[in-house]
Design a protein around this ligand. Structure first.
Ligand code: ADE
Length: 237
């Protein structure tokens, strides 16, 4: 998979790209990630990427031109094929990111993410340039950079071979519509707080039934809404 991110704050991405699973996925050549500075694509001689809104009103509006040129340039550099690529604008007006949405994106070969800033991105970007708008939740952030990192993380870990243990994908929270069962590690007794004895029993069938029961219990108690969604999320190769 290739991911291109277009932003006015490229440095914000350094920490996320250089650590942990995302770094490992790049080292293992499972994903190539390129961060582009939107200002490199502006035709304005002062590198400006915004202007006053037509019709008046507060704040500035990001110009369409640098976004169009950035996407055009990325498409030229890659062997762009419409059905293998998704151009996504991160915006609170978008469709809400869920595990199901992440799963769908993880099948594309190429994702181009555009980071806007809320009180203004020329609407021709969402009308004519992008395939989809994605929101990470019903709250407004100062820009699309943190949401792009969230989307990036949710996608990269779904690429086959990125996580070491395939089972950990299948049984984790949301993957099968249930929350994850409780996990414990050593010591078995920490300051009087004991690990459920079934987990120390070595009886694999009992452990499996206990985990299923706990998953269901946790989902009913904490997220009963998940039990109503009938989608099935196992990723197929
Ligand atoms: N930009 C600002 N707020 C956002 C949100 N909640 N999701 C995606 N992009 C955003």
């Amino acid at each position: 998979m290739r991911i291109d991110i277009v932003t006015i704050f490229p440095d914000m991405f350094k920490a996320v790209l250089d650590e942990s699973i995302i770094k490992r996925a790049q080292n293992k050549k499972k994903v190539k990630i390129y961060v582009h500075n939107l200002r490199d694509y502006t035709q304005d001689k002062h590198k400006k990427v915004d202007d006053r809104p037509f019709g008046g009103g507060p704040g500035m509006v990001m110009n369409a031109q640098p976004f169009f040129d950035a996407v055009e340039s990325i498409k030229k550099k890659t062997r762009f094929k419409k059905n293998l690529t998704r151009v996504v604008l991160l915006s609170p007006k978008g469709r809400k990111l869920t595990q199901k949405v992440a799963m769908r994106y993880s099948h594309f070969k190429h994702i181009i993410m555009l980071c806007g800033h809320y009180e203004g991105i020329d609407n021709r970007v969402s009308d004519y340039l992008i395939d989809e708008e994605v929101s990470i939740g019903d709250y407004v952030l100062t820009g699309g950079e943190l949401p792009a990192m969230v989307l990036l993380d949710s996608l990269v870990r779904l690429i086959p071979g990125v996580l070491g243990d395939k089972k950990s994908l299948i049984f984790e929270s949301f993957q099968g519509n249930l929350l994850e069962y409780p996990q414990y590690t050593r010591p078995a007794n920490y300051a009087g707080m004991k690990v459920p004895s079934v987990l120390l029993s070595g009886k694999h069938n009992d452990i499996e039934s206990w985990r299923k029961k706990k998953s269901l219990e946790a989902t009913r108690k904490k997220r009963p809404d998940l039990l109503k969604n009938k989608y099935f999320l196992r990723r197929e190769k």
